[in-house]
Design a protein around this ligand. Structure first.
Ligand code: ZN
Ligand code: ZN
Length: 758
């Protein structure tokens, strides 16, 4: 077999390895542990795929201790710690007695559970073996208690450098700077690892002077030492220092590795500073550094994050070899920039999409107001072979469902999460609270909140915002108290939520207390307070608050005032607020409409006409009002007078029948006057076919008897529709939930939860 030995020595890459394997099979030696163990050694050296190595291992019917050891080491080398443990289990159950070489590997992989393996070691009498001792000590140094590690260390008759180094890094890991330093000083001979441990130790506790001192004193440095110093600067926010060190490193002729590149380039990306990025690229150019696909991708990502998409695109186009990371960097760069067409172009062209590609694209749609497309793309992803959505995916989709107000779709995604056993973190649960709240199901939102393993401030704020939109003032109030009891301090968002809830629920006095309790109220809190006073009819008080605000009021403040003037038909103050709003947000048609509503409510038709004329002259475009209903996981959207839906005839039939019954009960369509929204349609007969009415008609046609009908509208619900929906809820004996751009209206038995103030 000596020629096989020669072949074994000549293996230089994976291809040689495979040829060697073929030779072994040819000589029928592939059932022998020795030869397969030799092959496994090569697998580790040339980083052959683990699956291939395992196949080699499995070709031996009765592997011996040597072969087990080789396979265990290979798993350990690739970080497959679970496989180490399960293979060790198999080794024990197959009766192969582990030798001293096996244990260090197994203890290292077992992490905290290494204590159990240690007991096994004691039983076999290997506990005096120095490699095993080091592994045991290292385990305690890494996972604690560090005192036990120290005890093992002190009891060692002879200490190798590895033992000293384990102690030094152990003390740094547990934040014991003094003891780390003491052990380092006691060391008889120090190597690069010891010095580097000191550099990264001091860097981690932000003592960069000492880190640099140790770095300078190092007798020799490896790329790992340079990286430690580099990430010390970068992680402490000193990007420019880091860049200078990088130049020194290049001048010293040290070849950067992947960690170096990631550290340097991502520090430029994190700062979003194009100047920093250009100076890095400049120094790479000057030194004519050879850049591989990995580095180029990092650079293009850096340019994209520094806002220079053109340069990023140029780098991408010039790359001859691209990996999925390069593609994903471009997709997420365009998506972040709101350029979804280009993002989608790259997404569609990408040869092998991975989960990150899908996530970037879905998040891109979700974050740029294209929730429906985000959901559609998720449906496609969920049926794509070998593609497993993760928490990032479902958080985007769940939030998109919240924005859309599509409860059925939302529940379907929740089901998907459970079926696919996707683990949710706090932010995952928070997105569920948001979704259920925005879909009008506070019961489910509350249930998620209560069932969460732990909560953060966002969990509280999301539920409070839900209560606010539903006008559940007391519940919002209670939740804020509960949160304080649990030691979480309310932030500005909490206060906005609770103030809005008080306002929507008419809890004037409680709102005052809250406002008084805010240490430094911000402009948004003032806006909430103006809204609260205004709704309660205390318009003079609201105006006084605006006048004495310590900061300049923003559109939200005047908007609240103007809406209050609409509710209470107060022309003079309304004109004043509208005047300010026309300057602050000249494009917003809603302000013109509110003012014209106010004029209409007191019969000042000439002024109504005047507002319309002003809109025309200034070229202010009316926002189209639309409403939608979810049915069979699809969104059915209507505009006023819409006849495009395939079930138009039935919808209009239902509405005509209801209209007849409503008129018998004394309903008169509010065609001409009070609170008519100009935005919807100027033709008066259109009042009967406003988008929310059509959506409800569709809901009645398709839903089961007695089911809740849920409608979402992009604008405020108009007065006539509000009155009509109240009557419809009574006539058909249904609960109808309408989410408009301001709050939820829950219609039941002829009443609305907003008590007619919205
Ligand atoms: Zn309407
Ligand atoms: Zn209402």
């Amino acid at each position: 077999m000596s020629h096989l030995g020669n072949i074994a020595r000549d293996v230089k890459n994976v291809n040689h390895l495979i040829q060697f394997h073929a030779q072994i099979i040819h000589h029928c030696l592939h059932h022998q542990s020795y030869w397969i163990a030799t092959l496994l050694g090569h697998c580790g050296r040339f980083r052959a795929p683990l699956a291939y190595a395992r196949q080699l291992f499995d070709s031996v019917p009765h592997p011996n201790v040597l072969l087990f050891t080789c396979m265990l080491k290979l798993y350990s080398q690739f970080g497959a710690h679970d496989d180490v443990i399960s293979l060790f289990g198999r080794m024990q159950s197959s009766g192969v007695r582990p030798d001293a070489f096996v244990f260090p590997t197994v203890i290292k992989s077992a992490g905290k559970l290494g204590v159990g393996v240690q007991a096994h070691v004691l039983k076999l009498g290997y506990d005096s073996d120095r490699y095993i001792r080091n592994a045991v000590m290292d385990m305690y140094a890494k996972h604690g208690p560090i005192e036990v590690a120290r005890k093992v260390f002190d009891e060692m008759p002879e200490k190798a450098i590895a033992d000293w180094n384990s102690m030094v890094s152990g003390y740094w890991k547990w934040g014991d700077e003094v003891e780390a330093r003491r052990v380092f000083d006691m060391m008889p001979e120090r190597n690069i690892i010891s010095w580097t441990a000191m550099v990264s130790g001091y860097s981690k506790c932000s003592d960069l002077d000492n880190a640099r001192r140790f770095f300078e004193e190092m007798p020799i440095r490896s790329v790992v030492s340079w990286n430690a110093m580099l990430s010390g600067y970068v992680q402490n926010g000193l990007a420019e220092e880091g860049l200078r060190l990088f130049e020194e490193m290049m001048d010293a002729g040290v070849q950067p590795d992947e960690t170096t590149w990631v550290t340097v380039i991502s520090s430029c990306s994190a700062h979003g500073d194009l100047r920093l990025a250009e100076s890095l690229v400049g120094s790479l150019d000057r030194r004519a550094i050879e850049m591989n696909c990995f580095v180029r991708t990092a650079l293009l990502d850096m340019y994209a994050k520094c806002g220079s998409l053109e340069t990023a695109r140029k780098i991408f186009d010039e790359m001859t070899v691209r990996n999925p990371v390069s593609w994903n960097a471009m997709i997420s760069a365009y998506a972040r920039n709101g350029d979804l067409m280009l993002a989608r172009e790259f997404f569609d062209k990408m040869p092998e999409k991975n989960v990150i590609s899908w996530n970037s694209m879905i998040a891109g749609y979700a974050q740029n107001g294209q929730s429906a497309t985000a959901v559609e793309l998720f449906k496609e992803m969920s049926t794509t072979k070998n593609m497993k959505p993760d928490e990032v995916t479902v958080v985007s989709v769940v939030s998109a469902c919240g924005h859309l107000g599509t409860l059925e779709l939302g529940r379907w995604v929740v089901d998907f999460i459970a079926r696919n056993k996707i683990q949710l973190s706090i932010s995952g649960y928070n997105s569920l609270i948001f979704m259920y709240s925005r879909c009008g199901s506070m019961e489910e939102a509350k249930r998620v909140f209560h069932d969460m393993p732990s909560r953060d401030i966002v969990s509280y704020n999301s539920l409070i915002a839900g209560f606010a939109a539903h006008g559940h003032g007391f519940e919002a109030f209670d939740l804020m108290s509960k949160m304080q009891e649990e030691g979480i301090k309310p932030d500005r968002i909490t206060f906005i939520g609770v103030l809005t809830a008080c306002s929507h629920a008419g809890l004037s006095e409680e709102g005052h207390w809250i406002f008084e309790s805010i240490e430094h109220p911000e402009v948004d809190h003032y806006a909430c307070m103006v809204d609260l006073l205004g709704r309660a009819g205390e318009l003079d008080e609201a105006k006084r608050l605006v006048d004495k605000m310590p900061m300049k009021p923003h559109a939200g403040v005047y908007g609240a005032l103007l809406n209050a003037c609409r509710i209470h038909r107060c022309v003079e103050l309304g004109e004043l607020a509208a005047g300010q709003l026309f300057e602050l947000e000249p494009e917003n048609s809603g302000n013109y409409i509110l003012l014209s509503n106010i004029y209409a409510s007191v019969g000042r038709w000439e002024d109504v006409e005047g507002v319309r004329k002003a809109m025309r002259e200034k070229g202010v475009k009316k926002t189209t009002g639309y409403s939608w209903v979810e049915f069979n996981k699809k969104i059915h959207r209507f505009i006023a007078g819409d006849q495009s839906h395939e079930r138009t005839e039935e919808i209009y039939g239902v509405l005509a029948e209801l209209g007849k019954r409503m008129r018998e009960l004394g309903y008169m369509a509010d065609k001409s006057c009070v609170l008519r929204d100009v935005e919807e349609e100027e033709k008066e007969e259109m009042v009967g076919t406003h988008s929310e009415k059509l959506a409800i008609g569709f809901g009645l046609v398709v839903s089961e008897v007695g089911a809740v009908i849920r409608v979402v509208k992009n604008l405020r619900v108009c007065g006539d529709c509000h009155l009509a929906i109240k009557m419809i809820s009574k006539l058909v004996g249904r609960e109808i939930v309408v989410r408009d751009n301001n709050r939820f209206h829950r219609f039941k038995d002829g009443e609305c939860s907003c008590k007619d103030y919205w």
